[in-house]
Write a protein that binds this ligand. Structure first.
Ligand code: HXC
Length: 257
């Protein structure tokens, strides 16, 4: 796929997207989000891709939605454009997405990282929801996913004051998986994505769905859902292969079947 705002490549079963609008710190305009979603969906259907890696630039993962693009919009225009339709499609991606965050992850940039499944950040990363300072509030999950991740107290402070937190604070608040040195971020994130891409694809996909479900439903419904997916995996060749390889003390070969 060709995009003016993304750099896209694939290697070792990993689809790699780099947000690329460096002149505005990767501010997310609507076309960029549309391109991103189209690429994610295309890889979700591609059997050669097992996991996705999303990167930004050294100064910014993304400094939010493009303020210039929204500044003059009326409420009716926003309703008609309904930009969150595209954002909602990210939620439907069934393959794991790893975000590698350096520098600013603000507003929509923070929400985009939160829409991913695993977040690695370098020491320079800053996570924040500064929308309050420009007269709005988060709209792509910043009041919901953030609150589920870090709890009400922390989320309320971030959303109401607009002040960002550091990578280390984000780690302590359970917002991200790991903080790594600046120069190691890309390599670590790539390794993690490649590791995910080597897992049995159907189990990986359903396991992601089950964990994501935990944020949405009560315990009984969640457990029922988990059990059904667990039973279903016994219809796959990969389950037979995985367990047989264990017994035979060899490495399994998974085929996604
Ligand atoms: C448009 C942006 C931008 C943004 C930065 N730029 N963020 N343009 N939308 N979100 C542009 C600047 O205008 C500037 O362009 C260039 O990028 C470099 O930014 P500077 O401000 O000069 O850099 P610096 O002084 O280092 O400050 C970095 C910063 C600041 C702290 C990240 O840029 C900033 O506060 N940006 C806005 C952050 C924000 O409010 N995000 C939330 C947006 S609302 P020029 O042309 O001057 O060089 C949102 C809602 C989400 O995300 C809803 C989902 C759709």
């Amino acid at each position: 796929m060709k995009s003016d705002f993304l750099k896209v490549s694939t290697e070792k079963g990993v689809g790699r997207i780099r947000l690329h609008r460096p002149e505005v710190l990767n501010a997310l305009n609507r076309q960029m989000v549309a391109d991103l979603v189209e690429q994610l969906e295309s890889w979700d259907r591609d059997e050669h891709i097992g996991a996705i890696l999303l990167l930004g630039g050294p100064k910014a993962f993304a400094a939010g939605a493009d303020i210039e693009e929204m500044a003059q919009a009326t409420a009716v225009e926003m309703l008609r454009l309904d930009p969150f339709v595209d954002w909602d499609r990210i939620r439907k991606i069934s393959k794991p997405i790893v975000a590698a965050v350096q520098g600013y992850a603000l507003g929509g940039g923070c929400e985009l990282a939160l829409a991913c499944d695993l977040i690695l950040a370098s020491e320079s990363a800053q996570f924040g929801q500064p929308e309050i300072n420009i007269g709005v509030m988060p709209g792509a999950g910043g009041t919901q996913r953030l609150t589920r991740a870090v709890g009400k107290a922390r989320a309320m402070e971030m959303v109401l004051t607009g002040k960002p937190i550091t990578a280390q604070e984000a780690f302590q608040a359970h917002l991200i998986n790991r903080v790594v040195p600046e120069e190691a971020l890309e390599e670590e994130a790539t390794k993690l994505a490649e590791e995910l891409a080597s897992k049995p694809p159907v189990a990986l996909r359903l396991a992601k769905q089950a964990v994501s479900k935990a944020a949405e439903v009560g315990l009984t419904e969640g457990l029922d859902y988990e059990q059904k997916l667990f039973y279903f995996l016994f219809s796959t060749e990969d389950q037979k292969e995985g367990m047989q390889a264990f017994s035979e003390k060899r490495r399994p070969t998974f085929r996604g079947k």
